[in-house]
Write a protein that binds this ligand. Sequence first.
Ligand SMILES: [Zn+2]
Length: 157
Amino acid sequence: MYCPFCRHSDSRVIDSRTSDDGLSIRRRRQCPECGGRFSTTETASLSVIKRSGVTEPFSREKVVLGVKKACQGRPVTDSDLAMLAQTVEETIRSTGASQIEANDIGLAILPPLRDLDEVAYLRFASVYQAFESLDDFETAIGQLREVHGRLPARPVE
Ligand SMILES: [Zn+2]
C-alpha cells in the first residue's frame, strides 16, 4: 500500500503481531522513501448477507446494538456486551465461512446471551424467533429449566 506521508508505492514491514483475540494481525511499516512509520491491521474479511441480498462487513457494534435493547434494565454492562460480540464473532469465524446470513448472526447470539442474562435472552429470542404465543415462551423457559437441571446449582451470592 502507499505510504500515507509521501505516497511512495512501497513499504517495509518492521514488526507484526497478532492481536490478543487472534482475529487480526497488526503490522508496523516503514516507508523506504521518507522513513515515515505507520501501522496496518489485517483481518480476514467476513461479510454479512442481509435479507435484501446486500452484503456488508460484519460489525461487532451492530451485534451490540442488536442485543442492547433486550438488555434494557438488566444487570448487563457494556463490557459484557463487548465480550458477547467477541464470542459471536469467534463462533462465526470458527466455522471458516467468509460470508454469513444475517439470520445466522442471531443464532450465534442466542447461546452466549443465554449464559449472560436469561431475561434478556427470552426477550431477544421472542423477537428473533418471532414468538407468537405464551406457549412459545413456555417452551423456551422449559428449555432454560432443562439447562439448569443439567448444571450444578449456582452458588448463592
Ligand atoms: Zn513515505
